[in-house]
Design a protein around this ligand. Structure first.
Ligand SMILES: NC(=O)c1ccc[n+]([C@@H]2O[C@H](COP(=O)([O-])OP(=O)(O)OC[C@H]3O[C@@H](n4cnc5c(N)ncnc54)[C@H](OP(=O)(O)O)[C@@H]3O)[C@@H](O)[C@H]2O)c1
Length: 163
């Protein structure tokens, strides 16, 4: 089981505006689906609110202090440790899918980052990745998607890994 952060950022590391994703790239949506399918995904309550429902064929986990969100297709958890304990018992990977609060909460535990670079500088963006989120990581793969999108794959450097 690996803990993998997956995010799309603009040129200024913006990821959101007005509680929404400030772009729509079908090539990235397809890539996101293919990459995460069959695994567990964890998201923050605000990101959950942007979805029409649980992401199909994935174990959906929402991080929130409000445990009433849970239903038969959604697990709600109130802290990072509970999510990690749960994920360790699963066969697949745990994908951390945002937003900013959740990326920040999982930062010390993330082993790999998958970062789509969106060729935009979004005006009025209000949600950003922490500036240092890739500190201690190294690039190991680069893939070109359609629509001018580049995906970069990073792995935590050996000396920065948890024992
Ligand atoms: N570009 C991308 O790849 C991408 C991906 C995902 C989201 N986004 C964007 O990011 C924005 C949302 O991000 P956000 O930072 O505002 O919200 P968020 O991280 O989605 O959700 C924040 C909420 O999650 C819960 N939470 C987070 N960390 C927690 C912790 N350690 N323990 C317990 N609960 C925790 C809290 O819920 P409670 O208040 O209920 O306790 C908190 O208010 C939206 O604009 C969205 O579209 C972009």
């Amino acid at each position: 089981m690996a803990i993998i952060g997956i995010v799309a950022v603009d040129c200024n590391l913006a990821i959101g505006k007005g509680g929404k994703l400030p772009w729509h790239y079908s090539a990235d949506m397809k890539f996101f689906k293919e990459t995460t399918i069959g695994n567990a995904v964890v998201m923050g309550r605000r990101t959950w609110l942007t979805l029409k429902g649980p992401l199909p064929d994935r174990q959906n986990i929402v991080l929130s202090r409000d445990q009433n969100l849970a239903n038969e297709s959604l697990i709600a958890m109130s802290n990072v440790e509970s999510v990690l304990d749960f994920a360790r018992q699963q066969e697949g990977h745990l994908f951390v899918i945002g937003g900013a609060k959740v990326y920040e909460s999982f930062l010390p535990h993330i082993q790999r980052w998958i970062v789509t670079e969106v060729p935009l500088a979004v005006e009025g963006a209000d949600t950003f990745m922490p500036a240092n989120f890739l500190d201690g990581f190294e690039l190991y793969e680069l893939r070109q998607l359609d629509q001018g999108l580049r995906v970069k794959f990073y792995e935590r450097k050996l000396q920065n890994r948890e024992p």
